[in-house]
Design a protein around this ligand. Structure first.
Ligand code: NAD
Ligand code: 6OH
Length: 486
């Protein structure tokens, strides 16, 4: 049985107490690895190593030298592309094409793009007048914040973890990463890449474990962690924020969503159906930016529901490497229970189940996996739990609307505010509506089209702060102003 170790100060290490937990395959619930669970001692060793690296070789590098090393990381991820694809497929059970077209290339891009950003960022300067007429010059320098605690989720593990680690290292910080207990593999594999390309010891550290009373909590409470960046559930974010208040540490949070899609009757119909199919069901609906609420203008409502139903019913469940399959399971038995409890609740609340609502028949050992059907509901009021709460599964509720004001009010009547999509050929209306929807990210006639230089993050309970391009520098560096009397 494969043992997944912690990666501390450039070495793969077991926990001193020898504690391990199991990693099961989402496909068939088989145990595929054991994972060494970091205790307080390992978390402390990782943070101390990260701290020492800041004061050592890493801290002494020029920006150009750091940038070259990060290009090396990106290239080495690309060279070991197949290993990362295999590891991420084993962890998540998601299809091969999702890994190769999106999630793993983004891992490499997350290092390359932020290396480019730090290389090209201008610095601020202001000249000022002084009473003696000679003036003064202010200029700003950016310094790394220090040791960054990175807490990552399981839904797109490699992409979301490197989205934090890339900019953190580009800015000269060091990191201690706690991947989700559900997805330990690619984060650990990245340790091999770091050693291969010569990233100094202690710059990138990985500790495995759970949240409360485990590695996550030990890391977020560690006094030598200077800032915490987290992607995951809003409730977990609240617990981490409390921990960060000890010592006044900064946080950056990408949290949950209950994203609305707005489809106007004049939309390119097929493009809208395709886009919403992807946004509701990609990665088995386990995408924070995914659509769980669809609002369709009344004249095309029935036609739209039928078209989305047909696509949802055409998915082919199967293993990631089965070329006849295109659809994977949920991450865990626990998550399957949660999603199915919402499927039951929708029925209790009086939904019309357009399609799905249960589990597919799987043959052989796959019958033990965490499969659920893509599910579409109609007919619920906005107050229903499945219309208000984040489910994070392959499901959406579709309701009709009659006016811009009505649909904007409905889209905004939610505690979350992560992303929205608007589908119309009337671009003037699209811009007007986009400005009024209370979210951090709006796509018009598309979904998940990502330029990594743009601001990314959520409004309301979907997050704190923005990352992406120069916005990441605001979190991963500290700006100091120097005033020179001339
Ligand atoms: P989660 O909050 O359960 O766990 C995320 C991470 O936090 C895991 O590594 C977990 O071990 C750790 N953790 C849990 N409790 C902790 C604690 N008390 N202290 C420290 N660490 C702790 O989230 P998840 O189930 O892994 O991911 C799904 C959630 O993530 C969904 O809500 C989804 O919307 C959200 N998400 C958001 C974005 C975004 O960009 N906004 C992206 C992906 C996922
Ligand atoms: C959530 O599941 C997806 C988040 C995406 C990003 O953080 C990104 O950078 O594209």
């Amino acid at each position: 049985m494969q043992l997944i170790r912690n990666f501390i100060n450039g070495e793969f290490v077991d926990a001193a107490e020898g504690k391990t937990f199991e990693k099961r395959s989402p496909l068939d619930n088989r145990i595929i690895a054991r994972v060494s669970e970091a205790g307080r001692a390992e978390v402390d060793a990782a943070v101390q190593a990260a701290h020492a690296a800041l004061k050592g070789e890493w801290g002494a590098l020029s920006t150009d030298q750091r940038v070259d090393l990060l290009y090396g990381v990106a290239n080495e991820i690309t060279r070991r592309f197949d290993d990362f694809v295999a590891a991420e497929m084993a962890d998540t059970g998601q299809p091969h094409h999702v890994m190769t077209s999106a999630f793993i290339p983004r891992g490499a891009a997350n290092f390359k793009v932020f290396a480019d950003v730090v290389k090209n960022v201008p610095s601020e300067s202001f000249q000022m007048a002084t009473p003696d007429g000679r003036g003064a010059l202010n200029y700003a320098i950016r310094l790394p914040k220090g040791v960054i605690g990175v807490i990552a989720p399981w839904n797109a593990p490699f992409m979301l973890m490197t989205w934090k680690v890339g900019p953190a290292l580009a800015c000269g910080n060091t990191v201690v990463v706690k991947p989700s207990e559900e997805t330990p593999l690619t984060t650990t594999l990245l340790g091999e890449v770091m050693n291969k390309v010569g990233i100094p010891k202690g710059v990138y550290n990985v500790i495995h474990g759970f949240g409360p009373d485990s590695a996550g909590e030990f890391l977020t409470h560690h006094p030598k962690v200077d800032a915490i960046t987290f992607t995951g559930e809003t409730r977990t974010g609240a617990a981490i924020m409390k921990a960060a208040s000890e010592g006044m540490r900064d946080v950056s949070f990408e949290l949950g969503g209950k994203n609305a899609a707005i489809v106007f009757a004049d939309a390119d119909f097929d493009a809208a159906v395709d886009g919403i199919f992807r946004s509701a069901f990609l990665n088995s609906g386990q995408v924070c930016l995914g659509t769980e609420r669809v609002y369709v203008e009344r004249p095309i409502f029935d036609k739209f529901v039928q078209a989305l139903k047909a696509k949802a019913e055409a998915v082919k469940f199967g293993r990631p490497d089965d070329h006849n399959a295109n659809y994977g399971p949920l991450i865990s038995a626990e998550h399957k229970r949660k999603v199915l409890s919402y499927y039951a609740k929708a029925v209790e609340e009086g939904a019309t189940v357009v399609t799905g609502g249960g589990v597919p028949q799987m043959a052989g050992e796959l019958a033990e996996g965490h499969w659920v059907q893509p599910t579409i509901w109609t007919g619920l009021p906005e107050t229903a739990a499945v219309v208000r709460e984040e489910i994070f599964g392959p499901c959406c509720h579709i309701s009709p609307f009659d006016s811009d004001d009505e649909v904007i009010n409905k889209a905004n009547a939610n505690d979350y505010g992560l992303a929205t999509t608007i589908w119309t050929t009337n671009l003037a209306r699209a811009h007007r509506v986009a400005a009024r929807v209370e979210v951090g990210i709006t796509w018009i006639n598309s979904w998940f089209l990502r330029d990594l230089r743009t601001a990314f993050g959520g409004s309301k309970q979907s997050g704190i702060g923005r990352e992406g391009g120069v916005h990441s520098l605001e979190f991963y560096t500290e700006t100091r102003n120097i005033c020179v009397k001339l």
